[in-house]
Design a protein around this ligand. Structure first.
Ligand SMILES: [Zn+2]
Length: 305
């Protein structure tokens, strides 16, 4: 069984490598940004799962928070639309989209079963979006603590791509999420492999890696302890501008935080990456895990604990 799987993975990776050689140069500058349109939403709607992966225990309320004060990701509105479409079409959850930081006050955040942080890049040296938004250190600290406490008490947290930068200098936020942003080589075609093809969350990929144009995010702080269950990793042997050879580089994972559950998903910097049903189902799986519906092994790997 293992032999067969290894063979399949090797074959698929070779095919991916051939694809890289053929198109890598043309895509070196990254994928072309485009505005979110009804036509693109309809395209995603058509590819999105019609049913949830597991029946939801209730109609979860999901906050999608897309405020940024630093780098503006063009994919931000597309990512918010993807999360909304995945919930509405499958019936797994309903979405409240709001960029109001008042949502994080302790008396407000309790209304949400899952918080989706969408590319909330913070600014400058502080790397603290709550401070950027309030210019008030005590209020900023209260809002961050409120989010951490809410997840610890049993809520779900989904962190999409650049949102890991939101509280990038906060050790407590890093421990909750599983890491902080460190750096990235330039955008390029990235081969994403499944860390464990048997894990329930990666079943949409059917044992095969996928290739897309992305910023290859590298992480630091809590990440170095691998205090999470890794799901996707980059094939670093094909990564240009990467020098830490031999170090595994994970780009999606799940983890516990107190009674709550966290899903981090680096894919993707570009909206084109969402135009694949397997990635859409994977993101739905991650949200259903965060919501407490999808039961699966979320323990860190024993040899890296
Ligand atoms: Zn990015």
């Amino acid at each position: 069984m293992n032999k067969t799987r290894t063979f399949l993975l090797t074959t698929s990776t070779s095919a991916a490598a051939a694809l890289l050689t053929a198109t890598g140069a043309a895509n070196a500058a990254g994928a072309k940004p485009f505005k979110l349109t009804d036509a693109w939403k309809a395209k995603i709607e058509a590819m999105a799962p019609a049913t949830p992966t597991v029946a939801p225990s209730k109609q979860h309320r999901v906050l999608v928070f897309s405020k940024m004060t630093g780098f503006r990701h063009w994919v931000t509105p597309h990512t918010a639309a993807v999360v909304k479409i995945l919930g509405e079409k499958s019936g797994a959850y309903s979405v409240v989209a709001s960029d109001d930081i008042e949502n994080f006050e302790p008396e407000n955040i309790s209304r949400f079963d899952v918080i989706v942080l969408n590319n909330n890049c913070s600014n400058g040296k502080k790397r603290d979006l709550f401070w950027d938004a309030t210019k008030d250190a005590s209020r900023a600290a209260r809002l961050e603590q409120s989010l951490i406490d809410h997840v610890a008490a049993g809520a779900g947290l989904v962190v999409m791509h650049g949102a890991i930068v939101m509280q990038n200098n906060s050790p407590a936020f890093s421990r909750m999420v599983g890491g902080s942003f460190d750096r990235h080589p330039r955008q390029q075609e990235v081969v994403c492999r499944l860390v464990d093809p048997d894990h329930p969350l990666v079943q949409p990929f059917q044992g095969k890696p996928f290739v897309h144009i992305d910023e290859p995010y590298l992480f630091k702080n809590a990440y170095t302890n691998t205090n999470f269950r890794p799901l996707l990793e980059m094939d670093v042997s094909t990564l240009q501008g990467y020098t830490d050879n031999g170090v595994r580089r994970y780009v999606a994972w799940i983890k516990r935080h107190g009674q709550g559950r966290v899903f981090y998903c680096s894919p993707s910097h570009n909206a084109q990456s969402f135009e694949r049903p397997e990635l859409l189902r994977f993101i739905l799986n991650g949200i259903q895990y965060a919501a407490g519906d999808l039961d699966c092994d979320d323990t860190p790997p024993a040899n890296e604990r």
